[in-house]
Ligand binder design. Structure first.
Ligand SMILES: Cc1cc2nc3c(=O)[nH]c(=O)nc-3n(C[C@H](O)[C@H](O)[C@H](O)COP(=O)(O)OP(=O)(O)OC[C@H]3O[C@@H](n4cnc5c(N)ncnc54)[C@H](O)[C@@H]3O)c2cc1C
Length: 600
């Protein structure tokens, strides 16, 4: 019997104090079991097919495990080195509550603990077995801070006295101007790419004292969004999209327009004191295995080259890097404009004209909407099948957790507790509901011959994004226009080839066009690695993004097979959540705190 069996009231009558007592009882048993180092004792507290995700605290890696024996084996083996203790319900977080997750009634709690090197938080979901004993269905353990290297925030914020009392010395502006020059020093970390992922990791590293420089190809931070097409707004709502430390103003719109977000990025880089060079491209890197640092070549604004020797390179160059232009028969004979979606600005120059868009992902569909709004006769060409999800209400379902809870920090912790099998189950449940909500749209699309799918295992657009970075449309209204016939749909199978006037169909007719837009996607993030670090290094690192053998995103946010190479990308939510863990890993490596190489 464990100590929580002593709580007598039935589940329906539990009040908040009962829930806290149950959870603290389980956590106490868990700590005692850990301290024995006996895997069987640890396993006895976990459901047979329970789930554990460790974010650094025990394994210095993002480690999912499913099954009580597998989970207990790692926890028990690592406890002596980790020294987890003081495990208890977090007094400053959302208190334990009864929830239904994936159709299961459970008690959900956020707990905290200490380790030899720092402080951690975790998520626990308890379910009662047939004997009434509570066991962990889900548990996560996340390192939150390193002792002695806490973030300089809140009570820990810098005093600022150094600037105001340093008469005759550097004030803040002087110090910032000097810091960014890197005249007589190298940054510890070079971040390639100054969009959301690059800014998030740089902001995090700054707060724990890791000298970081961001380089960005575009002339201004934020151009990565400004230079996207004219009518673009974010596809998910504002409350999930904060960058670390700074929420958006409460006056801002729910779906942020791209130029507003670009402006925010530029402002963020300044106020978060992020050292950055714009108009600067990272072109080449060589690893010095003896010195354990990189020789990084940068092409700067005036065309000159600059060499830096950082110890780490963080690739934040985007899941979508270089535009992908597939070989399309006859396209070279087309006499109108051919533009990749990356370079498409606005439909205005094509007002009253004709356009063909190749590709039915979000970019293709949004560009179709834009062209249509300028009364351009628009045809979308579909190649493979696509997932289509309405932005509202359906796409919001994946972020429903964030509507439950006032604290983004708590939601981020809950979101990151999920193991890959549970993620898949969650997406499958969401897809089922989305298909009910979007039934009319899906039926309409299929009625006009649109090839619709919800992914190989019915996990919809979210797993498509994780597996291949595309293959879906978050629908902003183009589907309805296609169904009404205001935007035409053409199946690629019906096209013989492209010709001077447009698309020559197999029946001999021509779909005329003044412009062809290639909404055909991008090379993956690893393309820059291959181009800049060479084939040998790219092969050593292996797959980037997509699922690895454990179902996690391959080589993302965690140590890779090459020392000093890191990858971060994804949505604003992913950038916010995982920049924290990436920064902690880099700091721990720099301070010699990591006692195990998770890849050995
Ligand atoms: C239509 C549309 C709507 C979207 N809506 C949302 C949404 O609502 N919410 C959300 O979270 N996401 C949304 N996304 C997805 C999101 O924008 C992307 O995932 C995001 O751009 C990824 O950010 P990132 O920082 O990883 O990469 P990117 O934004 O691709 O930035 C990479 C940066 O690296 C720079 N770079 C690349 N190579 C080099 C080099 N060699 N040297 C220097 N700099 C380099 C690039 O110039 C670029 O600025 C949307 C995307 C699209 C297209």
């Amino acid at each position: 019997m464990n100590s929580i069996d002593q709580v007598r009231p039935g589940p329906d009558t539990f009040d908040d104090a009962d829930l806290e007592r149950i959870v603290n009882g389980w956590l106490g048993d868990f700590e005692r079991a850990l301290s024995t180092g006996d895997p069987q004792r640890v396993a006895s507290l976990i459901e047979e097919d329970g789930n554990w995700r460790d974010l650094l605290a025990f394994t210095w890696h993002l480690t999912p495990r499913v099954g009580a024996p597998e989970i207990a084996e790692v926890l028990a083996a690592r406890q002596a080195a980790v020294g987890a203790h003081g495990i208890r319900v977090s007094p400053n977080r959302t208190p334990p509550k009864r929830v239904n997750r994936l159709g299961r009634e459970c008690i959900e709690a956020i707990f905290e603990f200490e380790t030899k090197v720092g402080r951690g938080d975790g998520v626990l979901r308890l379910v009662a077995d047939s004997t009434g004993q509570y066991k962990a269905w889900v548990i996560s353990t996340s390192l939150q801070e390193l002792r002695g290297f806490e973030e300089t925030i809140g009570r820990n914020r810098p005093s600022g006295a150094a600037y105001s009392r340093n008469f005759g010395g550097d004030n803040w502006e002087d110090a910032r101007r000097k810091a960014v020059l890197y005249e007589d020093k190298d940054p510890t970390v070079l971040v390639v790419g100054g969009a959301q992922a690059g800014l998030a990791i740089a902001a995090r590293l700054n707060q724990i004292g890791v000298d970081t420089l961001v380089v960005e190809k575009w002339p201004r931070i934020g151009d990565s969004w400004r230079e996207r097409y004219h009518s673009l707004a974010l596809h998910n709502s504002i409350h999930v999209n904060n960058l670390p430390y700074m929420p958006f103003p409460p006056t801002w719109p729910n779906y942020i327009p791209k130029d507003m977000l670009g402006l925010w990025f530029e402002f963020y880089a300044q106020v978060m004191e992020i050292n950055h060079w714009t108009n600067t491209e990272f072109t080449k890197g060589d690893w010095d295995a003896d010195a354990k640092c990189w020789t990084a070549m940068l092409k700067t604004a005036d065309g000159s080259e600059r060499t830096l020797r950082p110890r780490h390179i963080v690739f934040a160059n985007g899941v979508s890097s270089y535009p992908l232009r597939p070989d399309i028969p006859g396209l070279d004979t087309f006499k109108g404009d051919v533009v990749h979606s990356e370079g498409f600005d606005s439909g205005a120059p094509y007002a009253g004209k004709k356009a063909i868009i190749i590709g039915t992902g979000s970019s293709g569909n949004d560009i179709a909407l834009d062209l249509h709004s300028f009364k351009c006769h628009t045809t979308l060409v579909q190649r493979g099948s696509s997932t289509v999800v309405s932005i509202e209400p359906s796409a919001k379902l994946n972020y429903a957790l964030y509507d439950e809870n006032p604290s983004v920090e708590d939601c981020d912790l809950l979101a990151s507790a999920v193991t890959p099998p549970l993620l898949i189950k969650g997406y499958q449940a969401a897809v089922k509901r989305m298909m009910e909500l979007d039934k009319e749209m899906i039926d309409g699309l299929e009625g006009i011959g649109f090839k619709f799918d919800v992914g190989e295992d019915r996990t919809g657009h979210q797993m498509k994004y994780r597996r291949r970075g595309g293959g879906y449309n978050l629908d902003a209204g183009s589907s309805e226009l296609m169904i009404k016939g205001e935007i035409d749909l053409l199946q690629n199978d019906n096209i013989e080839r492209f010709c001077a006037e447009g698309a020559l169909l197999k029946d001999g007719s021509i779909v005329p066009a003044d412009v062809i837009v290639l909404a055909t996607g991008y090379y993956p993030q690893g393309e820059l690695v291959r181009r800049a670090l060479g084939d040998e290094m790219a092969d050593r690192i292996g797959q980037i993004w997509g699922q690895d053998e454990e179902g996690e995103l391959a080589n993302m946010y965690k140590r890779t097979p090459q020392d000093g190479v890191w990858f971060i990308a994804g949505s604003l939510t992913q950038a916010r959540i995982y920049s924290k863990y990436m920064a902690l890993q880099i700091k721990a490596i720099e301070e010699g705190l990591v006692d195990v190489n998770p890849l050995d």
